[in-house]
Design a protein around this ligand. Sequence first.
Ligand code: COI
Length: 355
Amino acid sequence: MLNIRYELTKTKKEKPDYSKLGFGKYFTDHMFLMDYTQGKGWHDARIVPYGPLCLDPSCAVFHYAQEMFEGLKAYKTASGEVQLFRPDKNIERMNRTNERMCIPHVDPDDALQAIKAIVKTDIDWVPNEEGKSLYIRPFIIATDCQLGVHPSHSYLFVIILSPVGAYYESGIDPVKIYIEREYVRAVKGGTGFAKVGGNYASSLKGQEKAEKLGYAQVLWLDGLHRKYVDEVGAMNVFFIIDGEVVTPALDEGSILPGVTRASAIELMRSWGMKVSERLLSVDEITEAAASGKLDEAFGTGTAAVISPIGELNDNGNKIVINGGKIGKVSKRLYDTLTSIQWGKAPDEFGWTTKV
Ligand code: COI
């Protein structure tokens, strides 16, 4: 159990206009910090006013990117309570990422206590509005001051909070996705399954290209054969082909094991749908589209929730999915998940945790 020290702000910020939140633009009054020192472990848990971190320019994180992050959300229910969605899953993933990045594990109970404590401190920032939530961004950075390429001996664990609306400007309207054939995101043995900034930094070049062409995001293909679907960077992807729901399997280690991905799979299986986690090539998608068997496609993610895909562009070959409209399964998944998250539907799976 953490002994958290509180140093609360005397000057609370003015709240932004909650009707124009967008994603990750505003931050609350406080942040959680905790240090790690070799030999001492994690220590000095504290909640302090939100503000800049003072770090030495030689800090390992700036040079070799030894860091990790997570993303989860807090939701306000109709009765005014605040709840988290499957925080245990994010904490498990956090420690799997830490393992890959040579970052020390955080005790899962301490991590949950820290998340709840910072959300409780800034509870007045949790939006009441439909479709809006408080995004929670825990991250850990390596803080040793030295330029040798070695795992750091000291770290800083930070949690910041941001009231958010939809990740995509289009909201629940279908997004257009560009299939990236030049760059790759991850390869077997790399860090594709881990939630690390480097995966996102190396995705920016492809993302920039896609945005210039009017596409919201990039669909990444496997790094070896360059033909199988991996993920969309900010989302995992699902295709419904002739009634079978297909999503890339996690076993190559190049895909982020999304919490929303796992929840969508469980929901669809509970509805009696056939969900396969397997290899899925772009050729199979193209052929399914040509023969009228590509029923739907959608992405899943904490930030993106369920985001229908209305068009894919493969080297100029445009594949329009479900007439560019939201499909039945995407809509049902969005409605069911968000109803559980906002406490409007019974939580039959035991996915929510009160703050
Ligand atoms: C999330 O869905 O929480 C993510 O981390 C995706 C992203 C905004 C990088």
